[in-house]
Design a protein around this ligand. Structure first.
Ligand code: ARG
Length: 269
């Protein structure tokens, strides 16, 4: 092939390369591609108050505010796509987003497919039961019907597929929305729901006379933002997390959504 032909081929290839979301710049830099597109795309699952939830048409919450800071740092607009939680990693791998901010726990299993930023929040799995339930501790989940959000660490804990846990429930029911699991709990179709601690408290706040959380923490987890493996965007995200922690803005953001008694020192510094 002569040089002219090669140049023509390269140009043709460049024309069909995806532009905008998750395009990778000629030098392999996600950051450069995002700046060129003028937009950074975050995916989340907005069924997880206080981290991300719908306020009318808008998706709001702690993760959205952190994402806004990331976009600001990049000097671009933020676009938020709301999809099912168990589609987040496949969608990132398919190049449909630049990062996932979804109260996502950084697990070794997920690290096989994505890179995680530094941790920004400490969390745990919590049990929600009806106020008159006889379930008072973790062991009481044995033999019970338990609802979880599909594909979450709560699902993994309760399902106990690898047999590493000591709890064997009767049945795991999986939902796309934590709220739907809570509805089934209240109508008696479930004995308990296992979900992250702060979302659990938000769900209970809406029905305090019917349901409650148990104090026992089932797991210790940390939330981080996921990017495609090798993406240089992770450096920008880590810088933003560091700045938000050092300036006290992270605590300010968190206390906008988590107030009073429930406020805990959960920001991971
Ligand atoms: N922390 C849990 C996990 O990573 C649950 C996250 C659910 N997040 C959401 N936006 N629905 O599996």
């Amino acid at each position: 092939m002569n040089r002219k032909k090669i140049t023509a081929l390269v140009l043709a290839a460049a024309m069909v390369m995806p532009m905008g979301a998750a395009a990778v710049h000629a030098d392999g830099s996600a950051v450069e591609a995002i700046k060129a597109a003028g937009e950074v795309v975050m995916t989340t699952n907005a069924e997880f108050e206080p981290f991300e939830y719908k306020d009318g048409e808008e998706t709001v919450g702690i993760d959205c505010e952190i994402a806004e800071k990331i976009a600001e740092k990049l000097g671009v607009k933020l676009k938020i796509d709301d999809i099912d939680f168990d589609s987040l990693i496949p969608s990132l791998l398919a190049g449909k987003a630049d990062f996932i901010a979804a109260g996502m726990t950084a697990t070794d299993e997920r690290r096989k497919n994505v890179d995680f930023s530094d941790n920004y929040f400490n969390a745990s799995q919590t049990i929600i039961v009806k106020t008159d339930s006889d379930i008072a501790a973790r062991e009481d989940l044995n033999g019970k019907v338990v609802g979880v959000q599909q594909g979450t660490t709560g699902d993994i804990y309760v399902t106990n597929e690898d047999g590493s846990g000591d709890i064997t429930v009767k049945e795991v029911k999986r939902y796309h929305k934590g709220m739907d699991a809570v509805s089934d709990l209240m109508t008696g179709r479930l004995d308990a729901v296992v979900i992250d601690d702060f979302p659990a408290r938000k769900l209970v706040e809406k029905n305090p006379d019917k349901i409650k959380t148990l104090d026992e923490a089932l797991t210790e987890e940390t939330y981080a933002i996921a990017v495609p493996q090798g993406s240089d965007l992770v450096d920008v995200i880590n810088e933003v997390i560091k700045e938000l922690n050092e300036s006290g803005e992270m605590d300010e953001i968190v206390s906008k959504y988590i107030t009073g008694e429930e406020e805990a020192d959960s920001t991971a510094e």
